[in-house]
Each structure stands twice: as structure tokens, then as C-alpha cells.
Design a protein around this ligand. Structure first.
Ligand SMILES: [Zn+2]
Length: 437
């Protein structure tokens, strides 16, 4: 017999068994629905077929007893409207309210595929295609978890919402950020959020590190390349900055269970570096073979770096800003005539949902009941829509939990195990019942 320990009471074992067996059947249906979603190439960039994908999801939600609403995000061009879909299933009361959210956009397929990236092929226990893991299987698991609860005849006390949102892969501003900004999903409407991103059926993602992207322009003084001591090289200064920023990272290790483990420390990536004269034929617009000569020998008077600094909850954004200023001041002091300008391109604060909150505890119990394994709490090295629910919506209890492996995201031959989809559908169904009934 299965039993699920609930926050206040034990979920009747008969009920848990009924939900699990309905969800096992629904898990198979979820895989087929995910395959249908994959066949709609909602590729971002540029943001194709959002309406088609949102409507496919909306029709399925209506069939499952949800009222649906389509919300157009800002920045829509008439050819590519940014259409989000939101489904609402009312319970006896408005609260508690659980919101399941997935992004409907996928990244472009890229090269190296041996199957049709938009074929949604199901073969040998796997679902293949762009978005199979990230994250159309997750959306389907959420939809069919709700369906399993309905077929189990459970009369929900609170509200259940499922949304499919756009543009997560490019920042989520027309998607989740917009729904939070217009007050549609905030702490005034919603208690718990689960985002079925591919963290595997036994892992709950409770947060992510922070991000600061800087654009740094180094300026020096031009001179003849045969007498570089008469100039001030912006390239040399930029190189010293790149190395200095890396040395400044330190060896702090976060308390957050970030996976992979290499990301438990601060990390730095120089996304790009460009300076001096462009060699004809190697420039962004150059054509192969166009550059036969050499650039004239000059000391570079300008060089630009774009730096992606991922930081820990324990550091904070202001400490990272101060660290960057210190490195730049050091280089300016050692290299008279060098000046730097800094622009912040992107800033995302770290998030952390408490391990012992109602949502994490409920989902952990449900995972144990559905998979017979204990749940692992993890955190993400990068960011996803969690930040908008937390920072704009003010929702404290938000996690990511869904089928598939993170390593499959954005890869050729992306795939998701059918068994993962079923186990996740079961765990989500139990969580819906546990939190809302
Ligand atoms: Zn994703």
C-alpha cells in the first residue's frame, strides 16, 4: 500500500494509489501530447509559431476542464505575436493556488541531428525532438498530471493553473515577466509555482546563481606598431582585465546544492573580445579570401570585452560590482593612459526557495511515493523563469521539477525518456492533490 505523508494529515493510501495509477496511464498520453507540441516549431529566435503552440496547449487544457485565456506579451510584431496561454481550474476556494508553468519556445535545432528535430518521434522508450527535454515533455506532464487528478475524482479545495509562456530562452520578458507585471501571477494570486524544466524525476531545483554581464571598453592611445612604447595598448589592458577578473574570483563555495559541482564556486566567462584593427576577411562582414594584406601596424586604441560573471547567493551583486571596479582601478594604476568604461548588460539576482517550505516538502514526499527514491534538492548554475516569479511576482515558494535531463537541453538529437515523463506526471499529480485538496 502506498501512503503519502501530508503536511497536516496523511493522504489516504487508497486515494494516493488511485492518483498514481491514473497518472501512470496519463503519463503515456503526456508523451504523445509532447510529441504533438514538438511538431509545432516554436523556435526562438525568432519566435515562430507561438500562437499555434499556445492554442494547441489551450485546446488540450479546455478538454481537461480549464478555462483558458490568451495573453499577448509586449514586443509582439504582427507576424510573430508573443501569445501566452493560461489555464485556470477553479476549486471550492481561490486559495491555496498552485501554478504550473512551462515555456513553449525552443532554441533553434542547429546541426548534427540524426532524427527530424520537429518530428516528435517516439522510439525505444524515448521521445525525440527539439524541446523534448527543454521543455515540452514537462508542459505535457503538468497537463496530464492535472488530468490524472480529475480522472481520480478528487474535488480540489484550491485553484490550479497551468500556463505556457513565451521567450524564456531570450529572457522571458514577454512571458512570465509580463504575467507577473500585469498582476496575473503574483503572490496576491498564487501560493506555489512549479516549473517542469528537465531536472530529472528525482531532483527538485530550489534556485539558481546570480548573473552579471558587463561590457567593458578599454581605451588607450594609438601609435606606430614598431614603437609600441609610444602608445598605450587597449588590447594589453583588456587582457590584463580578463586575467585579473579571473584571479579575483576567489575560492568561496556556496551552500546552495548547485549542479554540476563545478558551479558551486563563482565562475567567469569572457563571452567576446574585440579590439584593434580588423583584418579584412576575418571581420564580421568580411568575405573569405577578401583579406590578402596585413592590417597597418598600429597600437590598438580601443578594445571591448563582454564578461559573464555568475555569482553566489553568499556574494551578492554589489560585491561583484566592487570587485570589477577594483580590478579596473588596478589596471588603470599600473598602465598610465588607460581608461575603462563599464556598462551593465544584464543583472539577475540569485534565488533560493527554502528547503523546508510547504511546496518542497510536499513535492519531496510525492517524488518518494512515485519513484521509490528520495528527492534530491539541487540548484541551477544558470537562470530560468524562477527569477521573474520571485523578483517581480514576489512568490517565495517556486521550484523547478520536470522530466528529462538538463544535459539534453539545446543538444542535437535531444530526447526525453518516456519513463521519466510517467514518473514526473505521477509525482506532479500527487503534489496537486496534496497541496490543493
Ligand atoms: Zn527550459
Amino acid at each position: 500500500m502506498t501512503s503519502v505523508q501530508s503536511g497536516s494529515a496523511r493522504m489516504a493510501s487508497g486515494l494516493a494509489d488511485r492518483v498514481l495509477s491514473e497518472a501512470a496511464v496519463c503519463g503515456e498520453e503526456a508523451a504523445h501530447f509532447a510529441s504533438e507540441l514538438i511538431r509545432v516549431p516554436s523556435v526562438n529566435p525568432p519566435g515562430d509559431a507561438y500562437r499555434e503552440c499556445a492554442e494547441l496547449l489551450g485546446v488540450r487544457l479546455e478538454a481537461g476542464g480549464f478555462e483558458t485565456e490568451y495573453i499577448r506579451g509586449p514586443g509582439s510584431d504582427p507576424k510573430r505575436p508573443k501569445i501566452n496561454v493560461l489555464g485556470l481550474r477553479r476549486g471550492r476556494r481561490s486559495r491555496p493556488a498552485l501554478h504550473l508553468n512551462g515555456h513553449i519556445d525552443v532554441v533553434p535545432p542547429g546541426d548534427g541531428w540524426t532524427v527530424d528535430p520537429f518530428g516528435g518521434e517516439i522510439r525505444d522508450g524515448w521521445l525525440y525532438g527539439r524541446g523534448s527535454a527543454d521543455m515540452k515533455a514537462g508542459i505535457a506532464a503538468a497537463v496530464f498530471a492535472a488530468e490524472a487528478v480529475r480522472r481520480s475524482g478528487v474535488n480540489l479545495r484550491g485553484t490550479l493553473e497551468i500556463s505556457g509562456t513565451v521567450d524564456e530562452e531570450s529572457g522571458g520578458h514577454a512571458g512570465v515577466a509580463h504575467l507577473a507585471q500585469i498582476g496575473r501571477v503574483t503572490c496576491r494570486t498564487t501560493d506555489y509555482v512549479i516549473i517542469p524544466e528537465p531536472f530529472s524525476p528525482t531532483r527538485i531545483c530550489i534556485g539558481h546563481r546570480g548573473v552579471l554581464w558587463f561590457r567593458i571598453v578599454a581605451r588607450g592611445r594609438i601609435a606606430h606598431g614598431s614603437m609600441p612604447f609610444l602608445g598605450v595598448s587597449a588590447i594589453d589592458a583588456a587582457a590584463e582585465v580578463a586575467l585579473g577578473l579571473r584571479e579575483a574570483l576567489g575560492d568561496l563555495v556556496t551552500e546552495l546544492p548547485v549542479v554540476p559541482e563545478g558551479a558551486r564556486q563563482p565562475t567567469l566567462n569572457v563571452n567576446s573580445i574585440a579590439g584593434g584593427q580588423v583584418i579584412p576577411g576575418l571581420g564580421a562582414t568580411g568575405e573569405a579570401g577578401a583579406g590578402q594584406g596585413l592590417p597597418s601596424p598600429c597600437v590598438a586604441d580601443e578594445c571591448e570585452l563582454v564578461v559573464d560573471r555568475r555569482y553566489l547567493l553568499e556574494e551578492g551583486a554589489d560585491a561583484v560590482r566592487a570587485e570589477v571596479r577594483k580590478v579596473l582601478a588596478g589596471v588603470e594604476a599600473r598602465r598610465p593612459g588607460v581608461r575603462f568604461e563599464v556598462d551593465e548588460v544584464l543583472s539577475v539576482e540569485p534565488t533560493h526557495t527554502p528547503d523546508d517550505c510547504t511546496l518542497v516538502e510536499s513535492l519531496s514526499r510525492s517524488i518518494e511515493a512515485a519513484t521509490a527514491e528520495s528527492a534530491d534538492l539541487v540548484a541551477s548554475p544558470g537562470t530560468y523563469d524562477h527569477k521573474h516569479f520571485h523578483r517581480i511576482g514576489g512568490i517565495g515558494q517556486c521550484v523547478a521539477y520536470g522530466p528529462g535531463e538538463l544535459e539534453q537541453a539545446h543538444q542535437p538529437d535531444e530526447r526525453c525518456a518516456l519513463a521519466d515523463i510517467t514518473r514526473t506526471t505521477q509525482a506532479l499529480a500527487l503534489t496537486i492533490v496534496d497541496l490543493l485538496s
